[in-house]
Design a protein around this ligand. Structure first.
Ligand code: NOJ
Ligand code: NOJ
Length: 530
């Protein structure tokens, strides 16, 4: 006890500092901003979109409830009909046949659990949050088991097993052949759990004064080496393997990938912060150094000749990919951190890439095709977005004759990129249009009478609010597509048919709901500024 006491006090001091270093969320700080500026915005011009927006508002509100409900149905404990599922598992979809998605993917689980962490963090003392916290604790516990389960990617001993992309629903290894390893999983899981640790810590500061607190913390982060705590093991994995090739998030091609790199870099940066809070300074320095190397590496995904980012280096594909949007969104630094974003949703490179992908998908999928306007002006409007142009996975299989379709999660992620860009512009009160982003902003404003030129604009320039509003309008037009193709009960599968628009592929895909919820959250924030 005499030895323990100073340690507990030290942990308390460290964690106390940690709890108080979290800046208050300032979501509302900017509302009222617009009404305070003298910019006149033609009322007649925005009246119609406002009505449409109301209709979408109602649907979004309803769909948020449906999406959360259905997402939780795929989560044990608490999910429906989840027989034989280990507590803490998130199944990808309840579909057990054609396609069989009745497994837990490390990626899908981490991404969708992160959405739950956001909801938990909104109000940790609410009933919803206490419900969620049971599940989040179960998710965390199960990750320890999955990490320690020998599998075809390897073992825990040398950490190679952490690259395994999917497990059986009871937590045992999946031994069928698969595209493995996939190196985004440990990074995403660390990001999710670090966010949970933050949120939990903020709401239970007193925990750190007692043994219960350190008991809660220890399995998640502990500086002991070899790493045995969940987050530290994932950070060790990411920091040692990020420059090795692996399969992409779509589980098809081997190489180095933008999405994977973006989430790895974020995990390492936030991991360095966390390690430092625990006094694990050597680790903090090591993770930080690897993150810096990644920061220097990630710009190689920019293809100057093509004028957009590419998802996989040295690939025969165009490189246009929904993984670019997802990498930008999931790689974006946590709100509480102070890291400089790399390729954030509002960056020229991401907007230019989104623009190109949207144009491709618009003509590729019959349900997206709209008549070309007389003057052949490029119009940007919501379309159903698939994974990437060359995709042949139809939701049931990959054959020579199968052909890809739009995906709910990709369509929602485009909306999220646009909402977040709008919010960002308001927060910095500056819009910079460069030659690179010019085509995007020109298309965005194609229906307005404004001429768009490169330059820097402030809220005093008419173009500023037109852009801010049109970004939300464009985001909404993507959610309109999601609305149109989701089921009568608000259900969402993985894909919707490129010709008929009907849902196809795995039903009730957990990730489709998570991606929608993230977009809806970003929309709410963007609307506060309008
Ligand atoms: C092939 C798809 O292209 C891939 O993305 C998917 O993970 C597997 N089939 C399993 O459904
Ligand atoms: C196929 C997708 O390509 C992959 O990203 C996902 O992890 C699995 N399906 C499970 O949803």
């Amino acid at each position: 006890m005499a030895i323990l006491l100073p340690l507990i006090l030290l942990a308390y001091a460290v964690l106390y500092a940690f709890a108080f270093s979290i800046p208050p969320i300032q979501l509302h700080a900017l509302s009222g901003f617009i009404s305070g500026t003298g910019v006149s915005r033609g009322y007649a011009q925005i009246q119609k979109p406002l009505l449409e927006r109301d209709v979408l508002d109602d649907w979004v509100k309803r769909e948020e409830r449906v999406a959360l409900d259905r997402l939780l149905k795929n989560f044990a404990p608490g999910g429906e009909d989840l027989e034989g599922v280990a507590l803490g598992s998130v199944i990808a979809s309840p579909s057990r046949d054609k396609p069989d998605y009745y497994y837990q993917w490390v990626r899908d689980a981490a991404i969708t659990t992160s959405t739950l962490v956001d909801i938990y963090a909104d109000n940790p003392t609410s009933r919803v949050a206490s419900d969620l916290s049971t599940r989040l604790n179960a998710y965390a516990n199960l990750q320890y088991t999955l990490q320690h389960t020998d599998n075809p990617s390897g073992t825990f001993g040398d950490l190679s097993g952490l690259g395994e992309p999917k497990f059986e629903i009871d937590g045992s290894a999946f031994t069928g052949s698969w595209g493995r390893p996939q190196r985004d999983g440990p990074a995403l899981r660390a990001i999710t759990l670090m966010a949970y640790v933050r949120a939990y810590n903020t709401s239970h500061p007193s925990l750190w004064t007692n043994q219960v607190g350190s008991d809660w913390f220890k399995p998640l982060y502990d500086s002991n080496m070899p790493a045995d705590s969940i987050i530290k093991a994932d950070l060790e994995y990411v920091s040692h393997f990020w420059n090795e090739s692996g399969f992409d998030l779509w589980e098809e091609v081997e190489g180095l990938h933008f999405f994977t790199a973006m989430v790895q870099m974020r995990a390492l940066r936030e991991g360095a912060d966390l390690a430092r809070r625990f006094g694990d300074n050597g680790a903090a320095e090591w993770y930080g150094r690897q993150a810096e190397k990644m920061e220097a590496f990630i710009p190689t995904f920019w293809d100057e000749a093509k004028g957009h980012m590419v998802e996989t280096l040295n690939s025969k594909r165009t490189g246009l990919d929904c993984g670019l949007m997802l990498g930008s969104l999931h790689g974006f630094p946590a709100a509480y951190s102070e890291h400089t974003p790399v390729y954030p949703p509002y960056s020229d490179e991401i907007l230019a890439s989104l623009m190109e992908l949207v144009q491709d998908q618009r003509y590729r999928f019959p349900i997206n095709s709209a008549p070309i306007s007389d003057d052949e002006e490029i119009v940007l409007e919501g379309v159903g977005l698939g994974r990437y142009p060359e995709d042949i996975y139809d939701g049931y299989g990959n054959t020579k004759n199968s052909i890809g379709n739009p995906w709910f999660l990709c369509t929602s992620s485009a909306a999220e990129v646009l909402y977040r860009t709008s919010t960002h512009l308001i927060s910095i009160s500056t819009l910079t249009i460069t030659p690179l982003s010019l085509p995007f902003y020109t298309a965005l404003l194609s229906s307005s009478s404004l001429d768009v030129y490169p330059g820097t604009y402030t809220p005093n320039d008419a173009i500023f609010y037109s852009v801010v509003e049109n970004l939300v309008g464009l985001g909404d037009s993507f959610l309109e597509v999601v609305k149109k193709h989701s089921g009568a009960e608000g259900e969402m599968s993985e894909q919707f048919d490129r010709r008929t628009g009907y849902m196809r592929g795995a039903r009730d895909l957990t990730w489709s709901y998570g991606a929608f919820l993230n977009a809806a959250r970003a929309r709410k924030e963007a609307l506060m500024n309008l």
